[in-house]
Design a protein around this ligand. Structure first.
Ligand SMILES: Nc1ncnc2c1ncn2[C@@H]1O[C@H](COP(=O)(O)OP(=O)(O)OP(=O)(O)O)[C@@H](O)[C@H]1O
Ligand SMILES: [Mg+2]
Length: 282
């Protein structure tokens, strides 16, 4: 395994390493493969853990449900689940009849392998409705019990949402990068998340659409970090996309699925390391 730590944070920001669940978010340039990889990751993680995985989609033009195999492309937060906030507080809050966990139980769409899919809104909604949903989504993500759910997030393409702190729920942020000049440019900027005030404890570079070893070398040379996993270009993924099928259902033993499974290994391993009890002093 390569060195995954691309920042100098002395301690990971796991809230409670002994009981803490996986919290990982995927960022990267538009089209780099965030939704494909995060959706596949969520499905594969869900097969390994007891508690449910919540797939968190903060892209207003969602791609994650297709990669998850959740049979909805739009699952916006309903208007009546959000009310105006108190004076001096946030503009909108989740209707207090529901806790954040109850909100997820009620509004996150169920999918295969027990994955729950939570989407904040869509571009069809009136802009005010979208704002309401954004406030509610952020509140729910902040207040969800960390010992109850594993979180796998998919952000929209580019740097804007990531730099504005939308992935602050995550301990680990995976920067998905293709071996193209534009994708590398975005990835370089996104690695600056190591300087964010909330600093993810681990930043992982995930190379995607890889054809040759030289692709990986070029990415590592430009980003100056080791690539955690190299996901090959996989024609069956494109075929699955055309069919509207999740890669993990279309080709369970496929090259992309195998590589993402390897990423799940690494992430689970990192969490396991942090959960180990301190060595007994003799
Ligand atoms: N390893 C791969 N091999 C072949 N095709 C891939 C691979 N990864 C992703 N793709 C294809 O690339 C396209 C973009 O993938 P995806 O939608 O996951 O990107 P994204 O980063 O989420 O894009 P956006 O920024 O628009 O949300 C899709 O057609 C997908 O099927
Ligand atoms: Mg996407």
């Amino acid at each position: 395994m390569m060195d995954l730590t691309a920042n100098s944070a002395p301690e990971p920001n796991l809230h409670d390493p002994s009981g803490h669940h996986v919290r990982v978010a995927f960022v990267g340039k538009g089209g780099s493969g965030k939704s494909t990889i995060s959706g596949t990751f969520a499905r594969l993680l869900a097969r390994r853990v007891d508690d449910p995985v919540v797939a968190l989609d903060s892209d207003p033009m969602p791609g994650m449900p297709y990669a998850l195999g959740v049979p909805v492309d739009d699952n916006p937060i309903p208007e009546d689940a959000v009310i105006e906030g108190p004076e001096g507080g946030p503009s909108w809050i989740v209707n207090p009849v529901l806790t954040a966990d109850e909100f997820v139980e009620r509004y996150a769409a169920p999918g295969p392998d027990g994955v729950r899919y939570l989407q904040f809104g869509n571009l069809w909604g009136h802009i005010v409705t979208l704002r309401q949903a954004q406030f509610a989504w952020s509140q729910v993500v902040r207040e969800m019990s960390p010992e109850r759910w594993h979180l796998v997030g998919d952000l929209p393409g580019g740097t804007r949402q990531a730099m504005a702190g939308w992935a602050r729920y995550a301990d680990m942020v995976c920067v998905v990068v293709e071996p193209t000049a534009k994708s590398l440019h975005s990835a370089c900027r996104l690695l600056n998340l190591k300087k964010a005030d909330w600093r993810p404890s681990h930043l992982l570079a995930v190379a995607n659409k890889i054809d040759t070893d030289a692709d990986v070398e070029a990415i590592e040379a430009r980003l100056q970090v080791d690539v955690a996993v190299a996901v090959p270009r996989d024609a069956t993924v494109l075929a699955a996309d055309r069919q509207g099928q999740a890669p993990v259902d279309a080709d369970p033993g496929g090259r992309l699925v195998e590589a993402v499974n390897h990423l799940v290994d690494q992430v689970v391993d990192i969490y396991a390391q942090h959960r180990k009890p301190p060595e007994a002093v003799t």
